[in-house]
Design a binder for this molecule. Structure first.
Ligand SMILES: *Cc1c(COP(=O)(O)O)cnc(C)c1O
Length: 356
C-alpha cells in the first residue's frame, strides 16, 4: 500500500546537482559544505550529496547532526545554527565545527571540550547587512580575545549569511569586507584562518559572474543541490536540475461548487480573511494534504490548468475546472515543492519520502 502524501526524490538528479556545484566551486577554489537540513538529513539524500562529491556535511539542527554522526560517513560535520547554550554538551560531542557569534558561547564550548578532553572548531559569523546572526565589524577584537583564552576551540575561519532574514544579496564588496574582517581576526588571534565562508546558494550567482574575490574558499550549499533553485535571487539555476523531487497527493473529493463561500463570513481556520473572486461554479478537487504536511503556497501543480485555491490543516483545495481530463476520486496529483514546502514536508511525520 502506498502512503500519501509522499515525496518522490530523484537520487540521480540530486547527485548530479551536487557534482556540478562541487565542480564549479572547485574551479573557483571553493570547497562546498553540503547543507542537508532541507530534507532533515534523510540518509539516502545525504548519500547522494556524498556521491556527488561533498566533502563536508552541514545542518542547522543538532538532532540532524546527531543523525549524520550515526551514519558514520567519515566526513566533517558543521553545525549551521549558532548554538543554544543548552545544547553545547551535544555540540562539543557531535559536531566538528559550529558557526558562532557570541563570545560567551565560545567560553562555554571551551569548558565542554575540557570536560570531554576534546577540541573543536568554530567559524565566526559576521553580519554584513542581512541582520540575522553575526558580529558587527568592530566586535572582532572581543571575540578574538575569548578565542585566545580558549585553547580547545580553534577558530577555523569567518563566515557570512545573505538572504536569510533581510533578503540582503551577496556582493563582491561585501565579501571583500568579510576577507578583511578575517585578516583582522588572524592578526588578533596570532594564527592563520583556513576558511572564509562566503554564504550559501545565493552566492552562486556571483560565482557564475566570476565576481567572488580571491580568498573566499568555502560556501554552504543546500537549496541549489536539492532543488536547483535560488529563492533569494529569484531564479532557477540554469546549469542544475530543477525537477529533483515531486509531491504526490491523493484526491478525496471532486465536486462543482460556487467560488465564493456563503455569508456571513468570519475568519478561516488560521485567522486569515481570504478574498474570493466570483468565478461562478467551478470544479474543485480536494486533496488529502494540508498545512500539517506542507507549506501549500510553496507548491506548483504539474497538471496544466490546475490552480491551488488554498488549504486548511488537512485539506488542499484545487480549482480543477480547466484540467483535462478532470481529476477523479482516488487520482494521485503531482506538485513541485519550493524550499519552504520541502522543509515542512521533511519535518512532517505524515509525509513519506521515497527515493526514485
Ligand atoms: C540553511 C543555511 C545555509 C544553506 O542555505 P541554502 O540557501 O540552502 O544554500 C547556509 N548557511 C546557513 C547558516 C544556513 O542556515
Amino acid at each position: 500500500m502506498n502512503r500519501y502524501p509522499r515525496l518522490l526524490v530523484s537520487r540521480e538528479k540530486i547527485r548530479e546537482n551536487a557534482f556540478r556545484v562541487v565542480r564549479r566551486c572547485a574551479e573557483g577554489g571553493i570547497a562546498v559544505a553540503g547543507v542537508v537540513k532541507g530534507v532533515c538529513a534523510y540518509p539516502p539524500v545525504v548519500r547522494s550529496f556524498i556521491e556527488g562529491g561533498c566533502r563536508e556535511l552541514a545542518d542547522s539542527r543538532m538532532a540532524n547532526i546527531a543523525a549524520l554522526r550515526k551514519m558514520k560517513t567519515g566526513l566533517p560535520l558543521l553545525l549551521l545554527r549558532i548554538p543554544m547554550l543548552s545544547e553545547l554538551p551535544l555540540v562539543a560531542e557531535l559536531a566538528d565545527c559550529s558557526l558562532v557569534s557570541m563570545a560567551p558561547t565560545v567560553n562555554l564550548l571551551e569548558k565542554e571540550c575540557e570536560f570531554l578532553g576534546s577540541t573543536m572548531e568554530v567559524i565566526v559569523m559576521f553580519d554584513l547587512g542581512d541582520l540575522r546572526e553575526g558580529l558587527c565589524l568592530n566586535e572582532a577584537e572581543e571575540m578574538a580575545e575569548t578565542l585566545r583564552a580558549s585553547p580547545r576551540v580553534r577558530c577555523r575561519g569567518v563566515g557570512v549569511n545573505f538572504g536569510c532574514w533581510g533578503g540582503t544579496l551577496p556582493t563582491a564588496e561585501k565579501l571583500l569586507t568579510l576577507l578583511s574582517a578575517g585578516r583582522e581576526m588572524e592578526r588578533a588571534l596570532g594564527y592563520p584562518l583556513t576558511v572564509f565562508s562566503g554564504g550559501s546558494t545565493s552566492s552562486l550567482l556571483l560565482l557564475e559572474k566570476q565576481e567572488i574575490p580571491e580568498g573566499i574558499n568555502h560556501l554552504r550549499i543546500g537549496e541549489a543541490i536539492l532543488l536547483g533553485e535560488d529563492v533569494t535571487s529569484i531564479r532557477s539555476i540554469p546549469w542544475l536540475h530543477q525537477n529533483t523531487m515531486v509531491l504526490e497527493a491523493e484526491v478525496v473529493e471532486v465536486r462543482r461548487k460556487p467560488s465564493v463561500p456563503a455569508e456571513p463570513r468570519g475568519a478561516d481556520a488560521f485567522g486569515g480573511q481570504p478574498r474570493f473572486p466570483d468565478r461562478g461554479r467551478r470544479l474543485r478537487a480536494i486533496l488529502g494534504v494540508g498545512r500539517q504536511d506542507v507549506k501549500i503556497e510553496g507548491l506548483v501543480p504539474e497538471a496544466e490548468g490546475a490552480l491551488i485555491l488554498g488549504g486548511s490543516s488537512d485539506h488542499m483545495i484545487l480549482d480543477a475546472e480547466d484540467v483535462s481530463p478532470p481529476p477523479a476520486l482516488g487520482d494521485i496529483l503531482r506538485f513541485r515543492p519550493d524550499y519552504g514546502a520541502l522543509l515542512a514536508l521533511s519535518t512532517s511525520p505524515y509525509a513519506a519520502f521515497k527515493m526514485v
